[in-house]
Each structure stands twice: as C-alpha cells, then as structure tokens.
Design a protein around this ligand. Sequence first.
Ligand code: HEC
Ligand SMILES: [Cu+2]
Length: 344
Amino acid sequence: MKKEFLARFLVILFILIAVAIPFAGQWLFSRNKTDIIELHARMPENGGWSIDQIDAEVNEPIHLRMTSDDVVHGIAIGKSDLPGVDIFPGEFVETTFVFDRPGQYTFYCTRWCGPNHWRMRGTIDVSGEGRPLQPEPQPLFVTLDIDIDSPPIAETVPTEQVSAERGANFASLLPTYAIDRTTYLSTSPAVLWMRLRAESALSNLSDQDIWDAVAWIWQGQTTPANLENGQRLYAENCAACHGETGKGDGVMARNNPVWDPGNHNMDKSSDSFTGEGFVRPRDFSDPKNLLGTSSALLEGKIIRGGMGTGMPYWGPIFTSQQIEDLISYLFTFAWDATSEANLD
Ligand code: HEC
Ligand SMILES: [Cu+2]
C-alpha cells in the first residue's frame, strides 16, 4: 500500500518535472533575451556598431553580448575606468557595464581597425538619480579666444640641447609669473622665453640658460607617473597617425598631403573646402611647432579635433587629467628634438 503510493507519487513527480523543464527553460531564456543587448562590431565602412545608441538607468547593469562581423575590434567607455574588452570575429564575448552617475557616455572602438577606426563611436544615455556627469567647464582655448586651426610657429628656438636639470639652477631668479600655472597653460615656451629674455633681472643669463629655465618650468608641471600615462595613451590612440616619435609619419597618415594653407581644398575658410581631406599632421619633433604652441591650444585641438582634416575629437573620450598627461607628453617631443640636428 505504502509502496504503491510512493510509486504513483514518483510518476506524477516525473511528469511534473518533464513538463516544467521546457517552461523553466523558456522562462530563463526569455529573461536573458530581454536583458542582453546583442552588439555587432563592424568597421565604419561596413556600417560601424550595429547599435549606436543605448538607454540605461543608473546602477542598473547593462549586459552586452558582442561579436565582430569583420576584423578585431574592442570596446571601452569614455571618461570611465571600466576595463575595455576585445571583440573577435566569429566569437561571442559578454560584458557588463554599470554606471553610477546619470549623463551621456560614449562607447568607442579601442582597436585600430582602419583609418576611420575612431569614428566607431556610440552613446549610452544613462538616466536616473545622482550627481550628473558635470557639464565640462569652458576649455581655455575658448576663454582665451585662441584660433586652434592656425597654430603659430615659434619665433625663436634653442640652438643647443636644453636641460631642465640645468634650468633648476636659475629657479630662484625667476619672476613669480614664470612659474605660475596659468602662464604655463596659456603661453607657449617660445613666448615665455621672449618675456624672460626681456627681464633685466635675468640679463646675466645666456639665451641657453633661459631655455633651460623654461624647460625646467615645463617639467615642473607634470610628474614622471603622469608622463608615463601620457605616453601610454599616446601609443594607443595617437601614434597610428602622429607616429611613435611625433613626426606625423604614423601608418594611417604618412601618405597624406602635408597641410598647405595655400591649397584651397585644404583651406577651411574657403568655399571649396570639402571637409574631407585627410592631411598629414605637423611634425611634433620640429621644435618650431610645439615650442610656439601653448598647452591651451593643444587642449583645444585634442578636445575638438581638426574638423575634416582627419584629427579626431577626443572630448567625450578622455578625462581632463588624461588630456593634461597627453599634452605633457607631447611637449617632450619638442624638448627631445632640441638634441637633434634639425635646429636652425
Ligand atoms: C586619424 C589620425 C589621427 C589620430 C588618431 C590623431 N590625430 Fe592628431 N592630428 C591629425 C591630423 C591630420 C592633424 C592636423 C590637422 C589639424 O591640425 O587640424 C592633427 C593635429 C593634432 C594636433 C594639433 C597640433 C598642431 O600643432 O597643429 C594635436 C595637438 C593633436 N593632433 C593631438 C593628437 C592626440 C593627443 C591624439 C591621440 C589622443 C591624436 N592627435 C590622434 C590626425 C590624427
Ligand atoms: Cu574598430
């Protein structure tokens, strides 16, 4: 009697389980389907990201299931520390992003998939409670009204290799404005050199002494750790066009025509400018270029980009600290170049 009851009970139980399994599967599956966003990465020429706008809520994870339809890509979120993920063709990879502040974020490709690689960008609109991503303060190039499309050439450059170490010897002689951070941000090394050269208190110093002092001032605006960070960001994001040594000879740009303001197809103020011409960037390792340029100008160019010249805009990608580190690193090209023979 007891045995028979048990047997019947087991049969019913098995039937229930058999019926329940597909339902449970379906339930789990449909949940996954609504929670997971499938994202295909493709080169811009092949259509770019299959989805370029995603809505999200603060503190609610978004799950991405990603694959590539062509070459290797990667994904990362601008202005955030969330680790990036590589996306390989023929494979699916999953990742989860959580945002703790509302605002508009940019997701972007992290692998050099072609000359238009940097155009692989999309936005994630995060709504909800919390301190929003601050609206950016006005960049200095706007406040100072600097024309970032006509970068100046240094009126004077060093004739020997500069040494920030030697420059430290003159620190106590320098007027306070020279070591002021605002001066560093808004003034080019060459303009500061000319101001210092005109100081009667420094008339005993040689031209080279003053260059060394200026190099020391520039060095004092950063740290070895920040420079290292700038170097890494440069290698990952900029060297493909600007070249490892800043000469403008990276694989993505070395065959482009050199910027020529007399050529109307390149002159942005002319009616015939198509805004599509890629140019070869200026040589950062020629001291005439960067030593004539202020940090504010470089920041403006990096944030806003070159409008049709092929120079991407990085405003939504980098934090202000990252941009600062990149600028500090760019200036090292100019100082290092003073050791080369291309001084004239
Ligand atoms: C796709 C190619 C490309 C990439 C990638 C690129 N640049 Fe450029 N960049 C250019 C071109 C072309 C110019 C020159 C056109 C212009 O100034 O408008 C330029 C100009 C600049 C200038 C203005 C310099 C001057 O003296 O005129 C700065 C600064 C700069 N880039 C920094 C960067 C940094 C930093 C990165 C990486 C985060 C970067 N660029 C990545 C192509 C690129
Ligand atoms: Cu890509």
